[in-house]
Design a protein around this ligand. Structure first.
Ligand SMILES: Nc1ncnc2c1ncn2[C@@H]1O[C@H](COP(=O)(O)OP(=O)(O)OP(=O)(O)O)[C@@H](O)[C@H]1O
Ligand SMILES: [Mg+2]
Length: 493
């Protein structure tokens, strides 16, 4: 097969970071090529060079055998390369069709936008993808899956040959991921070449033809997926073997830390449960079952219509996240870019945000102590950064997530509310985070964690609550024994 694209000996540095060092990467026409590597390995950077977002320091890019210069995003677009980023870039106020043709409106010479034609063309593309979606729908009311499909439709409308998908599945539900696979296979059948980035190995094996592994900015291996087993792949990613750790036994929990009674609002209905000190409780359910809404209501981020909350046995009025933090809670939200992080502030500023009072003495900030604590977090969570003063914006996606987790560790929160805590986290660091969760619990801290990953749920939780349509419908206290029951009940109620 012929290579449609070749990147040869590509290097890129940022101040203090060699993000890519002489990386080779090639695409065969019509293949799905997976790109994998730990957080900060350089995957997004390599693809941003292809997209004209960053310019390479050295190396060469060949398209269909000819050397090309990609200096700007429009160069990339003209060459037929389209990128769907880790964070989607649709304009919420526009319709799906308008987004598809944004910057690319039909009839550019006529001056008038032909709305009817716009919707018809968009509809054609959706049906090409096997989807029956109304293109006139406002984007803000579309599900994540639909937005993802719209991004793909947008790529197709721009007449591209190569589509890069940077962690497309992170915010999708199980069904939506299946649909994404279908669309990818269909595109492949039509001769599109696809780059697929993900931390989830089973996804690579489901859609990929070949895989390239990057580690610390360097190329490690490229091979057909059928030639590499999962353990081998993990070893290439991490540079070491990962041993399955046995679940540690928790001390028996006695006192309750959190007690939620009859919580209701628009999204959740009459939810009651408690979390004991030192307990890790999982919240499982479909996307839309109310997990995120429950966590947000407990944290005071969304109002409740009725219900009561008790902390350490006494009733509290948690009407804002600030109050929740004052009562010892911390939330790692699902959507880190918009809720969890302030991108212009440094890593250290983000990490100490809730703890500034504890680290200052009147107007003196305890800098030395903060520095040491931050260093400890960087090591413990394996945060890849050249310094703690780097703006959050410059961190790779997974490393941003780690900083958000560190924020609540520093704050010594007594109850951690985790919403998909390992979203975008690489396979090596996941285990580190599970270990940290277990340590916290042994230390008497409580965790309430929403996750869509059944393996994660079974690996760390003492007890699992299942949500369906905004209600708690069932509880399992030895979840590891009930895997299939948990999955079935979550789906069918
Ligand atoms: N604009 C930037 N300024 C400074 N450093 C950057 C910038 N963009 C990326 N980096 C650094 O380059 C390295 C590679 O980052 P990149 O985003 O490519 O990683 P990644 O493999 O996509 O990781 P993840 O799985 O977490 O998304 C990281 O150390 C990151 O901090
Ligand atoms: Mg990335």
């Amino acid at each position: 097969m012929s290579n449609i694209l070749e990147m040869k000996q590509v290097s890129k540095s940022f101040p203090g970071v060699k993000a890519l060092q002489k990386v080779d990467f090639s695409l065969e026409k019509g293949e799905v090529h997976c790109l994998i590597g730990a957080n900060g390995a350089g995957k997004s950077t390599l693809m941003k060079i292809l997209a004209g977002v960053y310019t390479k320091d050295e190396g060469e890019i060949l398209l269909e055998g000819k050397s090309v210069a990609i200096k700007t995003p429009s160069d990339s677009k003209e060459l037929g390369i389209s990128t769907i980023y880790q964070e989607l870039s649709l304009v919420e106020e526009l319709t799906l069709a308008e987004n598809i043709y944004l910057g690319n409106y039909l009839n550019p010479n006529g001056g008038f936008i032909k709305w009817k034609q716009l919707n018809e063309e968009a509809k054609k593309i959706f049906s090409l993808l096997g989807l029956s979606i109304a293109p006139s729908l406002q984007t803000s009311s579309a599900s994540m899956g639909l937005k993802q499909m719209t991004e793909i439709a947008k790529a197709i409308a721009s007449d591209c040959k190569i589509i890069v998908m940077d962690e497309p599945s992170t915010a999708l539900s199980g069904d939506e991921v299946e649909k994404l696979y279908e669309v990818i296979r269909l595109l492949k059948g039509k001769g599109y070449t696809i780059v697929y980035i993900s931390h989830k190995l089973e996804e690579l094996y489901a859609v990929g033809d070949r895989v390239t592994v990057l580690r610390n900015g360097e190329w490690v291996i490229t091979d057909r997926l059928e030639n590499i087993s999962q353990p081998e792949l993990i070893q290439h990613i991490t540079g070491r073997k990962i041993e399955k750790k046995e679940k540690v036994h928790h001390t028996t929990h006695r006192e309750e830390f959190l007690d939620v009674k009859n919580f209701s609002n628009k999204k959740i209905h009459d939810v009651s449960f408690s979390v004991k000190k030192g307990e890790i409780v999982g919240l499982y359910g479909l996307v839309g079952s109310g997990r995120t809404e429950l966590l947000r209501a407990i944290f005071g981020a969304d109002p409740i219509d009725s219900g009561e909350i008790y902390i350490d046995g006494s009733k509290k009025n948690i009407s804002s996240p600030q109050k929740a933090v004052d009562h010892g809670m911390g939330l790692v939200p699902e959507n880190r870019k918009t809720e969890g992080a302030i991108l212009d502030l440094s890593i250290s500023e983000n990490a100490f945000l809730p703890s500034l009072r504890a680290y200052s003495n009147r107007s003196f900030v305890k800098r030395k102590q903060m520095k040491a604590v931050m260093q400890e977090m960087i090591e413990k969570l394996n945060i890849k950064t050249s310094s703690k003063e780097v703006p959050m914006r410059n961190l790779s996606g997974g490393n941003q997530q780690k900083v958000i987790i560190s924020k609540w560790l520093i704050h010594q929160s007594r109850l951690l509310l985790f919403d998909e805590p390992t979203q975008g986290i690489d396979i090596g660091a996941k285990d580190e985070i599970y270990t940290i969760m277990k340590e916290l619990s042994e230390d008497g801290k409580s965790i309430l964690m929403a996750t869509s990953e059944i393996e994660e749920l079974l690996a760390v939780c003492d007890r699992v609550l299942i949500m369906f349509n905004g209600r708690l419908i069932k509880e399992f206290s030895t979840p590891a024994n009930y895997k299939s029951e948990i999955m079935n009940i979550a789906v069918s109620g």
